[in-house]
Design a binder for this molecule. Structure first.
Ligand code: UD1
Length: 431
């Protein structure tokens, strides 16, 4: 287990370079195996979820050459197994993308049921509904905790998603690009990473239209070719640093961002008194939070894109926890996403959660450091922000969750003046 030790109360100053979008890169890595030609992916984030997926495709025979921490060449020609079933892949959510990709490439797949953060029930019925509409037979095997999928005639179809699921939209795209005929996904998810995965697949010769809107059309092609592709910047990593500056105060410029993807977050922060300025070339945002002024209160509802992202809900709650007045945060996407609130209350926050859906926040002037546990990835990022803004020292256990999705989080924070160190608990015990 790893832990952070954070001495809070230091404003943040300087520059942070934002990495590639984890959730886009996961779909892109799965898509890369659809061709027998080499695919070069740049701006890959060096985080554990990505490294687990790369290991999983190595495990089925793909070659993965890691050129450097952020660049890999993947070749699916050597794939010799359709069985992706290890304890490791079960830990990540995106294991399900190998279902769509392997069905498209090999007509068969056996993939471990997806894991990921325990933020709700997270069913995959919409993934399976979509694959079945394309002619895929899908059987869930509870005893082996995996899904068997096979298809003899992968064909286009019309699919209406009951919920605009990010994962289901990408999974269906992965399977449909090599299907015969046209697939239409209605009520498709519109998140930036959907568009990025579609752009990537199109660069391989796929014909996907409408990504980023409610209706995506996929015109099946015979085969795909190799490509070189750069993953978009991570909207959630950027938003997390914006909230860190808002709460801990200071003046930080975020480089390598797409400000359009950050609008829901920027406008909420501006509403409560943070200054957010976009650079002229549209690749940077500067975030200024006045150390002498208290931020305001607000109401936030998580929504599918372009609404306020559920993956930013814990971070904005931490900012509002220190605001002047009463705020309300409604979580509308996942059922169990307020588990971190108990930890904030230990730090002196005044937050009450109702029905796991609504956080009623009475803003306090200050919180104090204490010993806390990280319950999941985004909550971990939010608790780090709380610790940066707190008076005194916070010891945060189980930060391994954070490393699933944030590259060198502590190093980037140190780079802008945070007093944060990472320790491995075994080392401490042995010392
Ligand atoms: C992805 C992201 C996650 C983000 C979420 C919402 C990845 C690896 N993870 O997760 O970080 O929080 O999008 O932006 O990209 N649902 C169903 N049936 C399904 C699929 C989903 O009912 O078959 C429901 C879910 O329970 C949830 C909602 O739809 O309530 C949205 O889930 P979804 O967009 O699928 O999230 P993930 O793809 O799991």
């Amino acid at each position: 287990m790893n832990r952070y030790i954070i001495n809070g109360g230091k404003p943040l100053h300087g520059e942070v370079v934002i990495g590639g979008a984890k959730n886009a890169a996961l779909g892109i890595i799965a898509g890369a195996i659809l061709t027998d030609e080499p695919v070069t992916i740049e701006n890959l984030p060096d985080v554990s979820d990505i490294n687990v997926l790369l290991d999983a495709i190595r495990g089925i025979g793909a070659t993965v050459e890691r050129i450097d921490a952020h660049k890999a060449v993947i070749c699916g020609k050597t794939i010799n197994s359709v069985v992706v079933n290890s304890e490791v892949i079960q830990k990540i959510r995106a294991s399900y993308y190998l279902l769509g990709a392997l069905v498209g490439k090999k007509g068969k797949a056996q993939v471990a049921m997806p894991g990921g953060c325990e933020i709700g029930a997270r069913p995959i019925d919409q993934h399976l509904k979509g694959l079945r509409a394309l002619g895929v037979k899908c059987d869930e095997n509870d005893a082996e905790n995996c899904i068997y999928a096979s298809v003899t005639n992968l064909h286009g179809s019309g699919i209406f998603l009951d919920v605009a699921s990010v994962g289901a939209t990408i999974n269906i795209m992965l399977a449909a690009v090599l299907a015969k005929g046209t697939t239409t996904i209605e009520n498709a998810a519109k998140e930036p990473h959907i568009v990025d995965v579609a752009n990537f697949l199109n660069s391989m010769g796929a014909r996907i239209k409408g990504a980023g809107t409610d209706v995506i059309r996929i015109f099946g092609v015979e085969s795909l070719k190799g490509t070189e592709y750069t993953v978009i910047p991570d909207q959630i990593e950027a938003g997390t640093f914006m909230c860190a500056v808002a709460a801990a105060k200071g003046d930080v410029t975020l480089k390598n961002v797409i400000p359009r993807h950050l609008e829901a977050i920027s406008s909420k922060l501006e509403e409560i008194g943070v200054t957010v300025t976009e650079s002229e070339d549209g690749t940077e945002v500067r975030v200024v939070s006045d150390v002498n002024a208290r931020l305001g209160a607000s109401t936030v509802r998580t929504r599918v894109y372009p609404g306020f992202p559920t993956d930013m809900q814990p971070q904005i709650t931490v900012v509002l926890m220190l605001g002047d007045g009463d705020s309300t945060v409604y979580e509308t996407i996942f059922e169990n996403r307020f588990r971190y609130v108990d930890e904030l209350v230990k730090m002196g926050a005044e937050i009450k959660v109702k029905n796991n859906e609504t956080a009623k926040i009475h803003g306090v002037e200050a919180v104090h450091g204490t010993h806390i546990d990280v319950p999941d990835l985004r909550a971990g990022a939010a608790l780090t922000i709380a610790a940066l803004a707190a008076d005194g020292q916070t010891v945060m256990d189980w930060i391994d969750y954070i490393e699933r999705g944030y590259e060198d989080f502590d190093g980037k924070l140190r780079g802008i003046g945070a007093d944060i160190v990472k320790e491995t608990v075994n080392d401490i015990e042995e010392a």
